[in-house]
Design a protein around this ligand. Structure first.
Ligand SMILES: [Zn+2]
Length: 216
């Protein structure tokens, strides 16, 4: 392992985790490794675990933990991650995955697990207020709607609320997240790696809090 930072970023859907992960990676000059991108790249490159993962995904099945960790291990073995470090985004999702990651990295292999903490009601408000253009996917919010009601500024497409963005659907997803993630946060707490950052406020403020919270 090299001398750069090795972090992972956690947070509920709507907490701004992805945005912060990208910025943190840019700040430290390390690769931002999101689960989605990592899987797409592994499948496209036909890596051994990418091929395995693709078999499950093609059948619409959940990729099992050992294959997921295999894809992660392949990615973290690349030169940029070995030499510079990384910011993991979207992995691990469960305690089992977190334990596997600890085994993979070894003691001292992770500098911190950053939890972007936003209260559930705030997140529900953010997501359930979201409106999306059916044509181009542009997103709006009830607090920042298109100029003409329900009509996309960019292409005139219909702007709607997605079915899975209703408050009930969001609450259900957040409950699942909480159930899976709580044990993971407890684990990082025990390991002394958990850094909880208040995720309420504009992205610049939150980013400054993250950087100030991280061990030097
Ligand atoms: Zn549009």
């Amino acid at each position: 392992m090299g001398s750069g930072v090795r972090l992972l970023v956690l947070g509920k859907q709507g907490a701004g985790k992805g945005t912060q992960a990208v910025r943190i990676a840019g700040h430290y000059g390390v690769p931002h490794i999101s689960t989605g991108d990592m899987f797409r790249a592994a499948v496209a490159a036909g890596t051994p675990f990418g091929v395995k993962a693709n078999e499950y995904m093609k059948r619409g099945e959940l990729v099992p933990d050992d294959v997921v960790i295999g894809v992660v291990a392949e990615r973290l073995a690349k030169d940029d991650a070995v030499n510079d470090g990384f910011v993991l985004d979207g992995f691990p999702r469960t305690k089992v995955q977190a334990e596997e990651l600890q085994r993979l990295l070894g003691p001292g292999g992770l500098d911190a697990a950053v939890d972007i903490d936003v209260p559930t009601d705030t997140v529900i408000d953010r997501i359930s207020g979201r409106r999306v253009c059916k044509t181009c996917g542009a997103t709006y919010h009830v607090s920042a709607p298109p100029k003409v009601d329900s009509v996309c500024d960019k292409d005139g497409g219909e702007v709607v609320q997605r079915e899975d963005d209703t408050p009930e659907a969001v609450r259900k997803r957040l409950e699942l997240y909480e159930k899976d993630t709580r044990p993971l946060l407890d684990l990082y707490e025990e390991l002394g790696l958990l850094v909880t950052v208040d995720g309420v406020g504009d992205p610049d403020e939150v980013f400054n809090r993250v950087i100030q919270s991280l061990p030097r």
